[in-house]
Design a protein around this ligand. Structure first.
Ligand SMILES: [Zn+2]
Ligand SMILES: [Zn+2]
Length: 113
């Protein structure tokens, strides 16, 4: 009998903790969405390129393309944008997001050298 190993963590999977999906063996706890880590069951997963996903992160929906675009991260990004003020840069003659590249001298914004 060859020991079966988990498709995610590569450790041995014993029958009691095994879930067989997408032609691979997984620990029940390892069979989670590749994006949000939500533990999945044989009934609610979506497979894409032999990886499991929850229905929200089904890559075929193309809503989420990478691990970095999770709702939490997107929210954080929005908040960062909202909180950064717009500054008019003399040099570029347009408004820029206030970043550390911009310096303000005499109420005028410039790009830091
Ligand atoms: Zn595992
Ligand atoms: Zn997910």
């Amino acid at each position: 009998v060859t020991m079966q190993s988990c498709a995610r963590c590569r450790f041995v999977v014993y029958p009691a903790e095994k879930i067989n999906c997408i032609d691979q063996n997984w620990h029940k706890a390892c069979f989670h969405c590749d994006v949000c880590k939500m533990v999945l069951t044989a009934n609610n997963f979506v497979s894409h390129k032999k990886r499991p996903y929850c229905s929200v992160h089904n890559p075929r929906n193309n809503t989420f393309t990478s691990v970095y675009e999770t709702p939490i991260n997107i929210n954080a990004k929005k908040q960062t944008k909202a909180s950064s003020e717009r500054i008019y840069c003399r040099e570029r003659e347009r408004e820029e997001d206030a970043t550390d590249r911009l310096i303000q001298i005499l109420n005028t914004a410039w790009y830091a050298p």
